[in-house]
Design a protein around this ligand. Structure first.
Ligand SMILES: NC(=O)c1ccc[n+]([C@@H]2O[C@H](COP(=O)([O-])OP(=O)(O)OC[C@H]3O[C@@H](n4cnc5c(N)ncnc54)[C@H](OP(=O)(O)O)[C@@H]3O)[C@@H](O)[C@H]2O)c1
Length: 324
């Protein structure tokens, strides 16, 4: 475990760099966009709604008037749209220095996407798998004469997931009654999607280890007051009130919550100390963050057999969509 003091003052000049942040129109993603742009990067703000992305670009421009920002509209719940979005980006740019795979949902009711996958697993993992792997040739090309960062946003709740049950990814639970059943369902589906984020990051880092200039890491932001709990959910009003109170009283600001992303995406110590395939946590989940802490993912997060299974399942899912 290593601990690093980190503030946005540590971010070096990013002039000439191209960055892309998924889920860049809200929460910690929006702060990441703002700080990457402030440091001089050209930043693609990716989200599913043209209107919400345009509004975020306008907010960031108020704070950083000379920010260089572009939009990239992608619905990450669909593999097809994620591939199409990545291909669109490949037509726009001939380099990608910083890729932050951050868009996510947490509390939505169980349902299947039009492609037949449980919606949290699809949005938080499969869409991003398709997107990142489609962009991989460009990341490799960029790394020939520059350092490249890939940052995947997970959550400490990945620790609550047991090994992924692959028989359970194409079923939508229906007719759940009561908060206990709903919370159990959310925990199961969210924590396994966040375990997939960890396994994907560790697996990707290992697969491209010959590309010495690419640094892939996975981050937990802390418990952060954002829009993540505002999505429609089956939770009762009492639970929603508790979540509201935690957010109001103890949760981190989006600025503090974005620190682990910004450290992984920009800090020069990542390169100096060859930090790859690691999990980056905030020094505190609540109130404020002074330092970031680099650790090894837990045993399940780095289980090679299970990473191979995730990779094979995800590749097969992408192949099926490409052939359909
Ligand atoms: N907040 C926390 O306490 C916490 C803790 C641990 C991990 N995280 C992780 O942090 C990441 C960012 O979340 P946040 O807290 O900043 O929440 P947020 O404010 O709700 O931001 C989530 C972003 O993801 C986008 N998104 C959701 N579904 C999408 C889809 N199908 N296609 C494209 N974009 C989509 C959202 O777009 P819309 O605006 O269109 O919904 C939004 O831009 C997530 O991966 C989350 O799991 C958050």
């Amino acid at each position: 475990m290593s601990r690093f003091n980190f503030t946005t003052a540590n971010i070096p000049s990013l002039t000439g760099k191209v960055a892309l942040v998924t889920g860049g129109n809200s929460g910690i993603g929006e702060v990441a966009v703002q700080e990457l742009a402030r440091a001089g990067a050209k930043v693609y703000v990716s989200g599913r709604s043209q209107q919400r992305v345009a509004a975020a670009i306008a907010r960031v421009k108020l704070i950083v008037p000379d920010a260089s920002l572009e939009s990239l509209i992608v619905d990450f719940s669909l593999i097809s749209d994620s591939i199409a979005g990545a291909r669109k980006f490949l037509n726009f740019e001939d380099r990608l220095d910083i890729l932050v795979a951050n868009a996510g949902i947490a509390s939505v009711p169980a349902s299947l996407t039009a492609e037949g996958w449980e919606i949290m697993f699809a949005t938080n993992h499969l869409g991003h798998f398709a997107f990142v792997t489609t962009l991989l040739p460009l990341l490799k090309q960029t790394s020939q004469n520059s350092n490249v960062r890939v940052v995947i946003t997970s959550s400490a709740l990945y620790l609550r997931s047991g090994a992924i049950d692959y028989e359970d990814l194409r079923t939508a639970e229906s007719g759940l009654h009561g908060n206990v059943a709903v919370i159990k369902s959310i925990m199961k589906r969210y924590s396994r999607s966040k375990l997939a984020n960890v396994q994907f990051a560790v697996g990707l880092s290992e697969k491209i280890k010959d590309y010495k200039n690419i640094f892939v890491n996975v981050v937990h932001p802390g418990v952060v007051s954002t829009n993540i709990t505002n999505n429609p959910s089956d939770l009762g009003w009492a639970i929603k009130k508790i979540v509201f109170l935690v957010q109001a009283v103890a949760a981190l600001s989006a600025a503090d919550g974005s620190k682990t992303i910004l450290f992984a995406a920009t800090d020069e110590r990542i390169v100096k100390q060859n930090i790859k395939g690691k999990l980056i946590n905030p020094s505190s989940n609540y109130f404020s963050v002074k330092d970031v802490v680099v650790v090894d993912p837990n045993e399940e997060g780095s289980n090679q057999e299970h990473i191979d299974k995730l990779w094979a399942t995800s590749e097969e899912a992408v192949k099926q969509i490409e052939q359909s």
